[in-house]
Design a protein around this ligand. Structure first.
Ligand code: ADP
Length: 655
């Protein structure tokens, strides 16, 4: 950013800075004076890099709320749309000048009694020039529409992505990531194709047909009526048939190749089972069947193409025969000039191309249309958890959390939590324990406002969290998920993820606090070592410590920690416990405890079962009372201290 602003905004300042007098501190003593002029010129031609002005707010602005249409997207670039349209118009006109020039050259330069070599030559030259002009303009038009499409799609990509950032988590659990990826890629690409080629081609071809029809009718109504009325409907009917048939063939072969691929992948992945059960013969028969169906679909498409191509040629010949007969007769009767007849022939041929192209482009148009409908639907999904219009900023909190008569169900008719009341005091750490599916993570999700309670309220420092901005709430809450996600990038960028403006010293301190100092020191590039998505290159323990360091750096007032269930060696476990102690100092915390050692360290333990709090108190109190927790603890000790909440091994998570 600083570079962009500096270079773009003030190259003169840059030039002055590098003045020939070799300012101290610059490598190679600055720019030599003989190169100064060149350097200044170069700097002057540097493009300006305007720093991005985008901000993010949970509330979309009015323009983002409008229903998505192509016109709405294009409206932002009227100058590009206008110049594109003008070019399309001129190109369509120029392209039709050729036959008219030929007509003129024949009638005024070639017919006996009208010999004129100069007319013929000038028509020829003009033909050439117009051809060149059309080519040039087409280049310009493709350039304009290409740029327009790139800009429009850039806007759309950002708009959809921003929208996704606003949506609530339930949307992402319901919607498959694959579907969203295809919205963001193939649907937007379809639209890009449409804006880039489709619309202008459609316009040019449509205009060409209109212009030709007008020219034909103004040249000779009778002949025009014969040709247009006989040839065009025939061609149209055939083209529509072809369009339908080829689309059917396309769908058929698409479905059938999907079957082939599915069968292939199943057979290959299951090859051991296939071999062990002697199913090879049956597999081959089955594959023969699906491959055969795919072949039939391809044969059908081939047949359709084989009919359409020759049929259009046939219609063309029919038209030409008709023209020759009727037109020739009219020439002999002096009702039509020879030049006009030739022009008719040329125009007739030109009629075919637009129709064929329109048939092809129609698919593009259809795809673009359905893509825009799908994107529109996506953009109209409203977040379940949304900010109120008059949401206030949550002031710096002490960290008191209240659940007041909270009931909740992901599906409101099927409640998971039932009338839960709980107060967590500032600085208090509370461990949730209980069997899998009891609702522990769900409680944590409500505190973070990933979801809103179906009934009741969640308060932070006495303020209903529904009334504050999501940003101000979440900036004071730190979440350590069970499976910490690492983004592709350096360790440093992964650690500073939770807060803007984290300094290097802070990062190093955090790394030391959680006990990762030694690990980082061993890495070839220290904190600048690149880790990969999901942190596959790191051990489970290291990932957890990184997540703790990340939370530590974010300095939340309230910490929500979903303890990882993966079992660690004793050494790593000790380091993590120590890190956790440091992290919890002076913070309110909700710990979803899977190891009862963690629960034992909490100030208070809350036992949750079937969406209800069945027991709570300090670890010592609960053990002494001999209730559910004491039983759980005894069983846990007996099992050798493994995961306490996972009787059935199913994973729980905070997302
Ligand atoms: P715990 O953390 O105690 O293991 P959870 O709070 O994760 O339990 O889950 C409580 C119940 O809610 C379970 O029955 C689970 O299947 C259900 N559940 C959890 N997440 C979702 C979700 N995103 N959509 C629908 N049901 C869910």
């Amino acid at each position: 950013m600083a570079w962009g602003g500096g270079w773009g905004g003030g190259h003169q300042q840059g030039a002055a800075m590098f003045g020939g007098s070799s300012p101290s501190g610059l490598p190679f003593g600055g720019i030599p004076s003989e190169l100064m002029e060149e350097a200044t010129k170069l700097l002057a031609s540097e493009p300006t890099h305007v720093p991005s002005q985008r901000t993010f707010s949970q509330q979309p602005n009015p323009s983002e709320l409008q229903v998505l249409t192509l016109t709405q997207l294009l409206k932002k670039y009227p100058q590009w749309v206008l110049s594109g349209t003008a070019l399309v118009l001129v190109i369509s006109l120029i392209l039709q000048a050729g036959p008219k020039l030929t007509e003129y050259a024949i009638n005024n330069g070639m017919i006996p009694g009208h010999h004129s070599i100069s007319v013929v030559i000038s028509c020829g030259v003009l033909y050439l020039l117009l051809g060149l002009a059309a080519t040039f303009m087409q280049r310009l038009q493709v350039d304009v529409t290409g740029k327009l499409a790139a800009r429009v799609m850039n806007d759309l990509r950002i708009r959809v992505f921003t929208h996704l950032q606003r949506l609530s988590l339930n949307f992402f659990t319901e919607e498959k990531a694959g579907v969203l990826m295809s919205r963001m890629t193939s649907d937007i690409e379809n639209l890009q194709q449409l804006v880039q080629d489709g619309v202008s081609q459609f316009a040019i071809q449509g205009l060409t047909m209109i212009i030709i029809t007008i020219i034909l009718f103004t040249t000779n109504v009778v002949l025009a009526a014969w040709t247009v009325l006989l040839v065009v409907p025939l061609l149209f009917i055939f083209s529509i048939w072809f369009h339908r048939a080829s689309e059917r063939g396309y769908l058929l072969s698409r479905d059938r190749i999907a079957n082939v691929l599915a069968d292939l992948s199943e057979s290959l992945y299951g090859i051991r089972v296939v071999t062990a059960n002697n199913r090879q013969r049956r597999n081959i028969l089955n594959h023969r069947h699906v491959v055969g169906a795919y072949r039939d679909a391809n044969l059908y498409t081939g047949r359709v193409n084989a009919i359409y191509g020759p049929a259009t040629i046939m219609i063309g010949i029919l038209g030409q025969g008709l023209l020759l007969g009727i037109g020739g007769h009219m020439v002999l009767a002096h009702q039509l000039s020879i030049g006009a007849l030739v022009a008719f022939f040329l125009f007739l041929n030109r009629f075919f191309q637009p129709i064929q192209l329109l048939v092809q482009q129609y698919n593009l148009l259809q795809q673009g249309r359905s893509s825009i409908i799908r994107l529109r639907e996506l953009l109209q999904v409203a977040p379940n958890v949304d900010e109120q219009h008059d949401a206030t900023t949550l002031p710096v909190i002490e960290g008191r959390i209240n659940f007041e008569h909270v009931s909740f169900g992901y599906d409101p008719t099927n409640l998971i939590l039932h009338d839960v009341n709980l107060t967590i005091a500032p600085g208090e750490s509370v461990a949730f324990v209980g069997p899998t599916g009891a609702g522990k993570s769900t409680m944590a999700k409500l505190a973070n406002r990933f979801y809103d309670p179906t009934q009741g309220r969640v308060l932070v420092d006495g303020i209903d969290i529904k009334t504050v901005t999501l940003r101000s709430l979440r900036s004071q809450l730190g979440v350590v998920p069970q499976e910490p996600f690492l983004f592709a990038g350096s360790l440093r960028s992964n650690l500073s993820f939770g807060r803007v403006g984290v300094t290097s010293e802070e990062i190093e301190q955090a790394v030391d606090v959680v006990g990762l100092g030694e690990f980082v020191a061993r890495l070839p590039e220290g904190l600048d070592t690149i880790v990969h998505e999901r942190g596959q290159t790191l051990s489970a323990g290291e990932r957890q410590l990184l997540a703790l360091a990340r939370a530590f750096l974010a300095r939340p007032r309230i910490l929500i920690l979903d303890e990882a269930t993966s079992s660690l060696d004793l050494h790593s476990e000790k380091i993590i416990e120590r890190a956790l102690d440091r992290l919890l100092e002076g913070r309110s915390a909700i710990l979803i405890a899977h190891r009862l050692t963690t629960a034992q360290r909490a100030d208070r333990i809350v036992v949750i079962d079937q969406g209800m709090i069945i027991e709570q108190g300090s670890p010592a109190e609960l053990l002494a009372s001999g209730g559910a927790y004491a039983t759980m603890y005894a069983a846990w000790l007996e099992s050798g201290g493994r995961d306490a909440s996972r009787a059935d091994n199913s994973p729980t998570s905070l997302t």
